[in-house]
Design a protein around this ligand. Structure first.
Ligand code: DCS
Length: 276
């Protein structure tokens, strides 16, 4: 398997990471997951902008310009034997003797490689189940940080309950999923948590907003409660890997008709057309 290691594409076993790399020791780093369809990276500029934002928010200089990084990611995708897939990209602050405070000097370490999660086309037809949990993550969820313990433990709750995602809430206000943005539809209007420090500014969320506009479906960035969620006509998730995913059960209770709703189906259809 080939891996982009800083600015070189090498065999995976050539890649060396120091045990005192701050990403390994502290989760001191950032990441992106970027889809490619038909060997073309999807929303690459937006992902590079968000990477740059995350780096800035943790006071880390990216080791290369986002243009250079983007060029190297394209080279990686050219090596893919499958037309569709994803790139996992992370940048850590790099090696420094262990000390919580930021090192005076450290060279950030970039790694990126190809993944092949299948497109969720079958699950989109039936919809998936979700559970809810209190959002116990930190208050800077706008940074795409490597620190994912809160998300990991949340996702595990879904797995243990035979569900696909855990929808998080802070004191009853729905924020987002463990690795997705969350939307509900009420009276043909889409609601989702506004962009702030409590959620990730999802790239797919922006695509949902643009598609809703195209389809003349009102899109409101307004927080809603878990009670609103349970009483919604439709619920759906968005992420790079899940694309747009209908949710038909939450905490064992049926949402709407128990099948993907009209608005969600329209968005899924428009997303497929957009990608194709
Ligand atoms: N919210 C959280 C907490 C996420 O981790 C993600 C993506 C999203 C929302 C959706 O953002 P995108 O639309 O930009 O993907 N999580 C990535 C991850 O860790 N795996 O796949 C996507």
């Amino acid at each position: 398997m080939k891996i982009l290691w800083n600015d070189r594409i090498v065999d995976r076993n050539e890649c060396r990471i120091d045990p005192e790399d701050r990403g390994y020791q502290f989760g001191d780093g950032i990441y992106e997951v970027i889809s490619f369809y038909n060997h073309q990276l999807f929303k690459l500029t937006e992902h590079m902008e968000r990477l740059s934002y995350s780096a800035g928010e943790i006071a880390m200089d990216l080791p290369y310009s986002t243009e250079q990084i983007a060029e190297n990611l394209k080279k990686l995708v050219e090596l893919s034997d499958k037309a569709d897939g994803q790139i996992y990209l992370q940048v850590t602050r790099g090696y420094a003797p262990r000390n919580h405070a930021l090192p005076e000097k450290a060279d950030p370490v970039l790694t990126a490689y190809l993944m092949h999660h299948p497109r969720p086309l079958d699950a989109q037809k039936t919809g998936v189940a979700a559970v809810t949990a209190e959002d116990v993550r930190w208050l800077r969820c706008d940074i795409k940080s490597l620190n994912l313990l809160g998300s990991i433990l949340a996702k595990q709750k879904a797995v243990e309950n035979g569900a696909s995602e855990t929808i998080l809430h802070r004191g009853g206000t729905v924020t987002e999923g463990s690795s997705t943005n969350v939307f509900m539809v009420k009276n043909n209007t889409i609601y989702t948590h506004p962009i702030n420090n409590l959620i990730l500014n999802g790239i797919t969320r922006r695509v949902v907003r643009d598609l809703a506009e195209k389809a003349d479906i009102p899109f409101r960035e307004e927080a809603f409660t878990t009670d609103d969620l349970m009483a919604a006509d439709e619920v759906f998730l968005s992420s790079t890997i899940m694309e747009i995913m209908p949710v038909v059960r939450v905490d064992g209770q049926t949402i709407g008709t128990g099948r993907p709703g009209k608005v969600t189906k329209t968005l899924v259809q428009l997303f497929h057309e957009f990608v194709n």
